[in-house]
Design a protein around this ligand. Structure first.
Ligand code: BGC
Length: 276
């Protein structure tokens, strides 16, 4: 794994030597922070420093666009950029993005995202990005056991459905309600920290939602990740699930890696990755 250093998005250091890499810039816009890095598409590993900035309180399209531009400029990046967003991409706007400004719901909001050289931007839901990263670089040696449900626990709860090598996009399982209480409102990473939940306390809240999801979707495997990935096992191990649970292979960088992989999937990267 490459050395990862935190960097200021305005720090305009010269780009690392990208010779021999299938390099692609991926940016993950979260409700709390925006992070971007160059990814080597052959391996799914980060191939440079992570540029990170706090998501502005108001998180308007213009503010997020300015940060995307700064991150691309810091990497001297003039090619298409992959951007993962915490909402459902519908045409030129976002739906179900409670952690960003409501301005994202206006028609044309997504057109405000721009790179310094006006290169194309490939958009993907953030949890779908994590799912795509898992699909592309995750545990490919696992026998296919039907539906894989990926859940990401961060400011919100995101989801991605993987089946037979395909991503089924825009699933939004964090919006599932049990007794009129939404999953995301009581069991996200934000809820863990705001309500100072212990692993047992979190599992008690989360279990009814997992029970519902098992009953409705019959997954063959769970993949849990998001901002909490690194410490998540102590929470997830408290759940009672009938199918195997894996912690997301790419941890908290899955959104960045998936955003980069989305560019390759769109055919815009021009950098064949010649993966494994
Ligand atoms: C959004 C999802 C997103 C999730 C994680 C939810 O609030 O509706 O689209 O994937 O947060 O960021």
């Amino acid at each position: 794994m490459s050395t990862i250093a935190a960097a200021d998005p305005l720090n305009d250091s010269p780009p690392a030597d990208r010779d021999g890499l299938a390099a692609q810039l991926g940016i993950d816009v979260g409700g709390t922070s925006i992070k971007g890095a160059i990814v080597d598409l052959r391996t799914g590993q980060l191939a440079g420093p992570i540029h990170s900035a706090q998501t502005p309180g108001t998180a308007t399209p213009e503010q997020v666009s300015a940060l995307v531009r700064q991150m691309a400029a810091a990497e001297h990046w003039t090619e298409p950029v992959g951007v993962a967003l915490p909402g459902v991409i519908v045409g030129s706007c976002l739906r179900h993005a409670p952690n960003l400004s409501s301005a994202w719901e206006r028609e044309g909001a997504l057109d405000r995202l721009r790179t310094p050289g006006d290169a194309e931007i490939v958009l993907i839901n953030d949890a779908d990005a994590a799912g795509l990263a898992e699909l592309t670089y995750g545990q490919s040696d696992r026998p296919d056991n039907g539906l894989t449900v990926v859940l990401t626990f961060g400011t919100g709860i995101g989801s991605a459905l993987l089946h037979d090598g395909n991503l089924i996009a825009n699933s939004e399982l964090g919006g599932l309600a049990v007794d009129a209480v939404r999953f995301e409102d009581v069991a996200s990473g934000r809820a863990i920290s705001d309500d100072e939940l212990t692993p047992a306390g979190w599992a008690e809240r989360a279990q009814p939602y997992f029970d519902q999801l098992e009953a409705m979707l019959n997954p063959g495997r769970w993949v849990l990740g998001g901002g909490l990935s690194e410490s998540f096992e102590k929470y997830s191990s408290r759940l009672k699930l009938s199918k195997p649970v894996d912690i997301a292979h790419l941890g908290m960088h899955a959104g960045i890696v998936g955003a980069a992989a989305a560019v390759e999937r769109s055919g815009l990267s021009g950098r064949p990755s010649d993966r494994r």
